[in-house]
Design a binder for this molecule. Structure first.
Ligand code: PRP
Length: 185
């Protein structure tokens, strides 16, 4: 599989680069308006959220600090329990924390993370996701900022991966169903 040549594996872009850029700029403007004069901490869950974070944080005007965490799911049947493989570097006590995600699907990952972060005493805790696959939601997640609602399809690009590939694509694509069936054997 060649990540630089997605033809066959993916269909036409679901979201084009220009649309993503425009939406990220609009979200940044909202964040500027809401967080003026505050101690804003952007917290991202690796790896998928990294691309959205990188573009968003360069468009906001308010001063921000960045921090990162990484999690590993305990797998199917775990009811959303995740293992923290990389915790935040800094305390978030008293900070205005905005969690940046590339996509919310079932909501289980974020539900776990939000509970954990809330216990650390931030001044505020909100969520900003580029994509919301809300038809798949199992637990309700309070989302303050959403880029795009998306259908229940396997998406890749702009941080989203298929087996580690395609994260670096500038646009967001739907994986070809026939291709996925062939690969699954
Ligand atoms: C994706 C995404 C969210 C999670 C959403 O991460 O970045 O963290 O899945 O799914 P959920 O709402 O069903 O819990 P993934 O586990 O694919 O890891 P990655 O960011 O490293 O690709």
């Amino acid at each position: 599989m060649n990540p630089s040549s997605p033809s066959g594996a993916v269909g036409p872009p679901l979201l084009r680069s220009d649309d993503i850029v425009d939406r990220v700029s609009a979200l940044a403007a909202q964040i500027d308006s809401d967080y003026a004069g505050r101690d804003l901490r952007l917290v991202t869950v690796l790896k998928g959220g990294l691309f959205f974070l990188a573009d968003l944080c360069r468009r906001v005007q308010v001063d921000v600090k960045l921090d990162f965490m990484a999690v590993s799911s305990y797998g199917p049947g775990s009811t959303g329990s995740v293992r923290i493989t990389k915790d935040l570097d800094d305390s978030i006590a008293g900070a205005d924390v905005l969690v940046i995600e590339d996509i919310i699907d079932t909501g289980l990952t974020l539900n776990y993370i939000l509970k954990m972060l809330r216990a650390r005493g931030p001044a505020s805790l909100e969520v900003c996701t580029l994509l919301d696959k809300d038809v798949r939601r199992i637990v309700d997640i309070p989302v303050r900022y959403t880029g795009f609602g998306v259908p229940d399809r396997f998406l890749v690009g702009y941080g989203l991966d298929y087996r580690g590939h395609y994260r670096n694509l500038r646009e967001i694509y739907t994986m070809d169903e026939e291709y996925l069936r062939t690969i699954a054997g």
